[in-house]
Design a binder for this molecule. Structure first.
Ligand SMILES: Cc1cc2nc3c(=O)[nH]c(=O)nc-3n(C[C@H](O)[C@H](O)[C@H](O)COP(=O)(O)OP(=O)(O)OC[C@H]3O[C@@H](n4cnc5c(N)ncnc54)[C@H](O)[C@@H]3O)c2cc1C
Length: 238
């Protein structure tokens, strides 16, 4: 349950709570479930098949490593996004210097780092947390937008918010774009643009923001970014 990783990233949910076994669910609705990695798609058939087929390699413990061809009439290829930290040197938890909440294991690591920083703040140190979306071409802002408020909340709950600087950095043209040109929210008899909505949330919580930014490179403790107006900047972070 991917969206719940923003709670794993602040220690309010465990990995176990955001993952579940698919097999019993498919069994209940009579779907023949093959827990396997799709390897190739053959829409024209071939290789002894008159009909289209996919080749798969099983990943469940009983058949791990075995391959099979499965014929189909209609195929839905829904393999999700490929995390592209590699587009930005220094970005991402595996080969870079930043955390992520995109997978449960990333979110667990993010929470471990958050707790270490909260301990440092409690000891009287200051910390700068920068949350955002990295590369100028990335389109999904929602998870980061939610996560920054979870961090803000965790810092308030632990009584250390006053020693922390929280900064939002994204490629949105205006705050509240969310990668889709913004939305309008009808509430309490008013229609509010997500720009006003998002700016209000951040002002109320003392969160700074940088928009129209493309992060070009991250090095330990420093983000390099270019703004849409062509200027280059740096931002230090903990
Ligand atoms: C932290 C976070 C919070 C989010 N919050 C929200 C939210 O609040 N609201 C919202 O609408 N969206 C949210 N999103 C976005 C949303 O989670 C994604 O848009 C959605 O999960 C995409 O669904 P999908 O089925 O296309 O891909 P996925 O959910 O990524 O599923 C793809 C599946 O395919 C599997 N797969 C990949 N390759 C293969 C292969 N070769 N063979 C077999 N299987 C394969 C993967 O293991 C995965 O299980 C959030 C995303 C993140 C990271």
């Amino acid at each position: 349950w991917i969206p719940s990783n923003i709670w794993v990233g602040v220690g309010q949910m465990t990995e176990r709570q955001v993952t579940f076994e698919l097999a019993p669910i498919y069994k209940k609705v009579n779907v023949d479930f093959h827990q396997a990695k799709g390897l190739s798609i053959h829409p024209e058939g071939g290789d002894g098949h008159d009909r289209p087929f996919v080749t798969v390699e099983y990943t469940d413990s009983a058949r791990a490593g075995q391959t099979e061809s499965i014929e189909y009439d209609f195929l839905v290829n829904a393999t999700g996004p490929k995390l592209n930290f590699g587009a930005t040197p220094g970005l991402g938890p595996e080969t870079g210097y930043t955390m992520s909440v995109c997978t449960p294991s990333h979110a667990l690591e993010a929470n471990a780092q958050l707790q270490e920083n909260i301990a440092a703040l409690k000891a009287g140190e200051r910390r700068t947390f920068v949350v955002g979306t990295g590369h100028g071409m990335c389109t999904c802002q929602g998870a980061a937008f939610e996560y920054i408020y979870n961090i803000d909340h965790a810092l308030r709950e632990t009584g250390v918010r006053d020693r922390a600087r929280l900064v939002w950095i994204s490629n949105e043209f205006e705050l509240g774009d969310f990668g889709m040109g913004g939305v309008h929210i009808t509430r309490g008899g008013y229609m509010t643009s997500s720009k006003i909505f998002a700016e209000s949330l951040m002002v109320e919580r003392g969160v700074e923001w940088i928009t129209r930014a493309h992060v070009t490179r991250v090095e330990p403790g420093k983000i390099h970014y270019e703004l849409l107006d062509g200027t280059y900047h740096e931002l230090e972070f903990d």
